[in-house]
Design a protein around this ligand. Structure first.
Ligand SMILES: Cc1cc2nc3c(=O)[nH]c(=O)nc-3n(C[C@H](O)[C@H](O)[C@H](O)COP(=O)(O)OP(=O)(O)OC[C@H]3O[C@@H](n4cnc5c(N)ncnc54)[C@H](O)[C@@H]3O)c2cc1C
Length: 383
């Protein structure tokens, strides 16, 4: 792995960063409330080359590798963390559909170009109300009958639940089975209902809610994977490369606006930033962001190399999102009362950082993965 970024990688980051600063940042408050503007901006991001990034060129995508893609999300997130999150969510699911599942049907292959150019949106439906961190507690299931898979059950907290065109749904292959499969379900399929959109602290321009499958029938050609759990773990590793990239962009933006604010905000007759104690705390945060940034680049590079990445990805997800949260808690404090206002920039960033600690495997789940790996090695030695 090269320790420094190439010029091409730097250019890609700059392109996303400039787009984030110029197009996304000014719209943060509007796009957060308006589903129409939100959708328009996803399309605009696609038009500007940020969609279909991990999909091979021959399938209509941009063919970027993991490092290039992570750089794009970091840059976009500097402009708006929620929009970067949505772009990576759609791109991840699209890339998985296009490249993860061997032997996908021609019917599914024909869907990929529309995902790559952003004209169609995707959602990933794994979580259920009683099976968040523990997918083995999934209850939704499909029965294979003559006319296809009949799906029953409910999924919760699904991003894009209301406005996706396709759902990548993870369910058991039989009521009493432990095996999970993945099926690609079209919006509007009979028996699939969007139940409710719950208001969140951030990102209400994107829908996030429940789906009900009540004898929803999909053809066998929509099977993405018969070994869904194993495949889902790979997909989750991908998200654990990118969510921290977004966290780094968000944390850097927070640090920059805080330094800017403290340079002009006076207390005791002098700019607050003149206090060495304040400078030292910002120095601390700046160093941690830099460490998180390079862990993202390293994790993406490991992924690009094809070496096992699960433990590195867990460390990446854990560290990057924890650093972002620490940065945001401290920076929001430096904004005083202003940082407690719903319409302040820093409080918006604080909510994004909180969300990033939960999605794609919580902080605690990452610690379980890393801790088990340590225990596995040393418990073996002490036998
Ligand atoms: C904005 C948003 C968007 C989302 N989008 C999607 C989506 O598109 N698709 C999808 O499938 N899901 C989505 N989710 C759901 C998300 O993946 C889950 O919320 C997450 O996996 C955690 O599950 P849970 O909320 O049920 O927490 P729970 O499983 O109820 O856990 C509660 C708390 O306990 C901790 N905990 C759990 N087990 C242990 C343990 N053994 N040891 C220590 N601590 C533990 C957890 O870390 C957490 O802090 C989304 C969530 C949010 C907030």
């Amino acid at each position: 792995m090269a320790i420094l970024l190439t010029q091409e990688e730097k250019d890609l980051y700059e392109k996303a960063l400039n787009y984030g600063k110029e197009k996304l940042y000014p719209l943060t408050f509007d796009v957060d409330k308006s589903p129409e503007l939100n959708r328009e901006m996803i399309k605009d991001m696609a038009k500007n080359g940020f969609c279909g990034v991990g999909i091979p060129k021959e399938m209509g995508g941009k063919g970027y590798n993991y490092l290039q893609t992570a750089l794009i999300y970091e840059g976009l997130a500097y402009g708006d963390g929620m929009m970067a999150f949505q772009m990576q969510l759609h791109n991840n699911i699209s890339m998985e559909i296009a490249t993860f599942y061997e032997g996908i049907s021609d019917e599914v292959k024909a869907i990929v170009p529309g995902l790559a150019d952003g004209s169609k949106l995707t959602a990933f439906a794994l979580t259920e109300s009683a099976s968040g961190c523990d997918p083995s507690a999934t209850t939704a299931y499909a029965e294979l009958r003559e006319d296809g898979y009949h799906i029953f059950g409910k999924k919760d907290w699904i991003s894009n639940a209301e406005n996706a065109d396709y759902y990548n749904v993870m369910i058991k292959d039989g009521k009493d089975s432990k095996n999970m499969i993945m099926l690609l379900v079209d919006k509007g399929t009979k028996g699939l209902k969007f139940l409710k959109n719950r208001e969140r602290l951030i990102g209400n321009g994107m829908s996030c809610g429940s789906l009900e499958f009540d004898d929803c029938v999909v053809p066998v050609s929509r099977l993405l994977s018969a070994n869904g759990f194993k495949e889902a773990l790979i997909a989750i590793d991908v998200a654990r490369v990118y969510t921290p990239a977004i966290a780094v962009g968000v944390a850097q933006r927070a640090l920059d606006i805080t330094a800017e604010y403290l340079a002009t905000r006076e207390s005791f007759g002098t700019p607050i930033l003149k206090n060495q104690g304040v400078q030292w705390e910002l120095a601390d945060l700046s160093a941690k962001i830099e460490a998180a940034r390079w862990l993202v680049y390293r994790t993406a590079s490991v992924m690009d190399s094809g070496e096992p990445v699960a433990i590195t990805a867990a460390k990446n997800k854990y560290f990057g999102t924890e650093v972002a949260m620490e940065v945001l808690v401290k920076c929001a404090q430096y904004f005083g009362a202003e940082g407690f206002m719903k319409d302040s920039r820093i409080s918006k960033l604080l909510y994004v950082a909180k969300m990033l600690q939960i999605v794609d495997g919580t902080t605690e789940i990452q610690k379980i993965v890393i801790g088990r790996d340590i225990a596995r090695k040393y418990l073996k030695k002490s036998k």
